[in-house]
Design a protein around this ligand. Structure first.
Ligand code: LLP
Length: 452
């Protein structure tokens, strides 16, 4: 019995142009590759001026490769389009290099655990660029946030309000400025996306419901707390959203509460979808931000209100691709062909978790037609370990080839595991013909380091 509900993230049923039929046998669509991707006459791929097959050979596979300039350009786009306070949702992909890059390009950082906080701080991110989220922040996480004086703490429950009371008092006693907080509200909006990543509906572990009146009770309570300053409202309706009208409904639901409390800040969360498949097209960050601005105008959100957002996937997804090495090709006559690679659900659990679709291609002939149907699987000990259920590949695919899946920059490395004691892959940033290992591959010593 499958526990995965209907709907897929990735090949999203909301995507305007998804062909629900057979996958494309056409060459990989270029809009699924990072901005700096180029091919030589034979179709051999370079990203950031670095030959991808050589890189995979030098550093080993599986390997996450990111186009650094692509990452920077999406951060800059977000800052220009949304404005000050726009935060990169670090859950999509975080390491010190990424945190540093996002901060250098002017973004704040959305963090939701002490691990994300510590990584951001280790990268040199100033506390005043951190926005702390979470439906179950620990005492330590809250105390650290109040001690650091992070930009915003997004308060998610009545238990949390009780927990922050002494922390606010301490700030006051120490003569520190009040800690700015926002209220996470449940706007009662169902975005058209996979059930696992819908977050705006009433039946949710996140936030305070507007409809039930809980959000008002929370606002009243926070307004009373010493050493705490309620500055705004926050909501996040889901992820991999293509239909922007969901954001209209979100803003419309939040506007009256914002107005009633005279709050000057509205964060609409993240959620902008990206194209994973040849036929998909997603709105740009700029289009999304323009849409948000119009939605705010339509809902009567005052011009003095600072409107912010927290894009994750749309910043990093297309900047990244994963390289694998093909280890075995098993043809089952009359059934299908299995192509096994040296990674799998440990470096990309999204197909297994959400039924997400990906394209696959050979970086040695990026532009080749892909008439050969196969299932790309990993090396883990279960049949569910599928990376691309119904892939299309060039006919001359062979054992030893480097095979790549594009658009793996978001929620791949960050959701990677050590299942079967598989070492997590290295992460490389490429730019101007230079490759920098920003996270080295795990080694056996890393896997054993926690055990006496
Ligand atoms: N803000 C909040 C409060 C969030 O919870 C999230 C994502 C974001 C921003 C960023 O959303 P984005 O722009 O990346 O859609 N693992 C799933 C996605 C989970 C999203 C969780 N929250 C996946 O692989 O599709």
């Amino acid at each position: 019995m499958s526990s995965v509900p209907a709907g897929r993230i990735g090949s999203n049923e909301d995507a305007p142009a998804v062909d629900a039929g057979a996958p494309s046998t056409a060459p990989l669509a270029r809009h699924l590759l990072p901005d700096s991707a180029t091919t030589d006459g034979a179709g051999r791929l370079s990203v950031g001026g670095v030959d991808i097959i050589d890189l995979a050979g030098e550093i080993g596979t599986p390997l996450f490769v990111y186009d650094e300039e692509h990452l920077r350009s999406r951060c800059r786009e977000a800052v220009a389009a949304v404005g000050e306070g726009v935060a990169y949702a670090t859950k999509a992909f975080l390491c010190k290099a990424m945190a540093r890059l996002a901060v250098e390009e002017g973004m704040s950082l959305d963090v939701s655990t002490s691990g994300e906080v510590e990584t951001a701080l280790a990268a040199g991110a100033p506390p005043e660029r951190l926005v702390l989220h979470g439906n179950n922040k620990s005492d330590d996480e809250l105390a650290e946030a109040f001690r650091l004086g992070v930009a915003r703490v997004v308060v998610d429950s009545f238990d949390e309000i009780r927990r922050i009371e002494p922390l606010g008092r301490r700030r006051l006693a120490e003569g520190l400025a009040p800690q700015p907080v926002m209220i996470r509200v449940t706007p009662g909006v169902e975005a058209h996306t996979h059930e696992y990543v819908m977050t705006g509906q009433e039946d949710s572990k996140f936030g305070f419901s507007i409809a039930s009146g809980a959000a008002t009770v929370a606002a009243d309570a926070l307004a009373q707390l010493p050493g705490v300053e309620l500055v705004g409202l926050h909501a996040h309706i889901g992820s991999q959203i293509f239909r922007l009208d969901a954001f209209d409904r979100e803003v419309a639901a939040l506007a009256p509460l914002l107005d009633a409390y005279g709050l000057a800040e509205l964060c609409v969360g993240g959620g902008l979808g990206v194209a994973y498949l040849n036929e998909e097209q997603a709105p740009s960050i700029t289009t999304w931000a323009e849409h948000l601005r119009l939605a705010c105008d339509a809902a009567g959100v005052g011009v003095g209100v600072r409107v912010t957002a927290e894009p994750g996937r749309s910043i990093v997804a297309t900047a990244g691709l994963t390289c694998y090495r093909v280890g075995t090709i098993k043809e089952l006559p009359g059934i299908r062909t299995y192509v096994s690679v040296d990674g799998g659900m440990s470096d990309n659990p999204r197909p297994v978790l959400y039924g997400s679709g990906y394209e696959a291609f050979l970086p040695r002939s990026t532009d080749a037609p892909r008439p050969f149907a196969a299932r790309i699987v990993g090396k883990h000990c279960e049949s569910g370990d599928v990376l691309v259920a119904d892939a299309r590949l060039p006919v001359d695919l062979a054992v030893g080839d480097v095979l790549a899946t594009p658009v793996t920059g978001a929620y791949g490395f960050s959701m990677a595991s050590n299942y079967n004691r598989q070492a997590r892959p290295a992460v490389v940033f490429v730019r101007d013909g230079k490759a920098t290992v920003v996270v080295r591959r795990e080694m056996t010593q890393d896997l054993l380091r926690l055990e006496p």
